[in-house]
Design a protein around this ligand. Structure first.
Ligand code: ADP
Ligand code: TRP
Length: 344
């Protein structure tokens, strides 16, 4: 039976890989904020998880993995994830994700997998194909399982994840066609056109922790200040009195995202264009805007850090809740495949 709803509410599903121990503003505006907005939408039923098994493609140290998971969980809760409104859990605590991944690998070809960005990006970094770990190569299959097992209506993510959602749709279609049953409804990618891809502080590539071109959220103030101060601006502007370009200038893009003082932003843009404000002032104001925007979340995080048992409990309850939907799908899948086991 195919359904994209719980209690007449559209099911929404997304995950985040804890490959580092904290989120940056690219993650926040591109993924987390839209996810949290959906959580507060009365017509949706949101499921969000920490994709800890995905982190194994790069993190091979148990203590580091645990630190990353705790960090990202605390970030999410501090930024506004409300466990009474969203099902929030760890991927590895819901066993059927991996069960479905093993099944789905049979409905996708090697050719399709070779075209996946995560794999191709690795190749471009001159890593020999022979040494790429199969977890990384297979990662989009596990991600397809993460998604399809919840039969979601939509998956809110940043632009860089679009290809993976398309693959999940292809796998779902192939599976449904093969068994002539509408087991998996096709999930919609929910990607913001304007903020699906936030540029990094290098002004060139997307903001990404692996590229080191980020502005953090929860780091010490001195770190955030340094990240903002070293941000790329208009390369053709040598002095504060030179007219500068606002459009495409990352500092102003960040102002538009972070600064709640719209009059200040308009004034800075005007003065920048004619050459009556220096980069330092523009950045200093950006730093202050960052502080205003995240002050509450930073406070909340400090409090939550004192109560990690409560956090564990939230994740455990979330996993129990998620498993209800996931296990029902897995039972249905085994039935369709012709496999009998404890689930059916
Ligand atoms: P990173 O590239 O820093 O490792 P992840 O790949 O872990 O980030 O991404 C986590 C989530 O944040 C994904 O949904 C991704 O699409 C989104 N995201 C990451 N970087 C950006 C960005 N620069 N702009 C918009 N969204 C982003
Ligand atoms: N690949 C996503 C990222 O890098 C994380 C992820 C794993 C995910 N499984 C998912 C996102 C399922 C949405 C749905 O951030």
């Amino acid at each position: 039976m195919s359904t994209q709803q719980t209690n007449n509410k559209k099911r929404i599903l997304s995950g985040i890989t804890p490959s580092g121990n904290s989120l940056h503003i690219g993650n926040y505006f591109g993924a987390v904020k839209p996810q949290l907005e959906l959580q507060n939408d009365l017509t949706t039923d949101t499921h969000y998880f920490i994709a800890d098994l995905h982190a194994l493609t790069t993190v091979h140290d148990a203590a580091a993995l645990e630190k990353n998971i705790t960090g990202v969980v605390l970030d999410y809760l501090s930024l506004g994830l409300d466990p009474s409104n969203s099902v929030f859990f760890r991927q590895s605590q819901v066993m059927s994700h991996t069960q479905l991944a093993v099944v789905l690998a049979n409905y996708v070809s090697f050719g399709q997998m070779k075209r996946m960005h995560a794999f191709k990006d690795k190749l471009q970094k001159n890593v020999g194909v022979e040494s790429i770990n199969m977890g990384l190569f297979n990662y989009p299959i596990l991600m397809a399982a993460d998604i399809l097992i919840y039969k979601p209506f939509g998956v809110p993510v940043g632009e860089d994840q679009r290809q993976h959602i398309e693959l999940a749709r292809d796998i779902a279609e192939n599976f449904n066609r093969t068994y002539k049953k509408d087991v998996f409804p096709l999930p919609e990618p929910l990607i913001s056109k304007t903020i699906g891809k936030i540029i990094g502080t290098d002004g060139k590539r997307k903001m990404s922790k692996s590229l080191g071109n980020i502005i953090g959220i929860f780091e010490d103030e001195a770190v955030i200040r340094k990240q903002i101060m070293s941000c790329f601006t208009d390369p053709n502007r040598k002095k504060a009195t030179d007219p500068g370009k606002v459009e495409g200038n990352p500092v102003f893009l960040y102002h538009d995202l972070l600064n709640d003082d719209l009059a200040e932003v308009a004034d800075l843009k005007d003065r920048y264009t004619v050459g009556t404000v220096g980069d330092v002032e523009v950045k200093e104001k950006l730093f202050l805007a960052h502080q205003r925007m995240f002050a509450q979340a930073r406070d909340r995080r400090r409090n939550l850090e004192q109560d990690l048992n409560q956090v564990k409990e939230i994740l455990k309850n979330g996993a129990d809740e998620a498993a209800k939907v996931a296990d029902a799908t897995m039972k249905e899948v085994y039935q369709v495949l012709g496999i009998e086991n404890q689930l059916n």
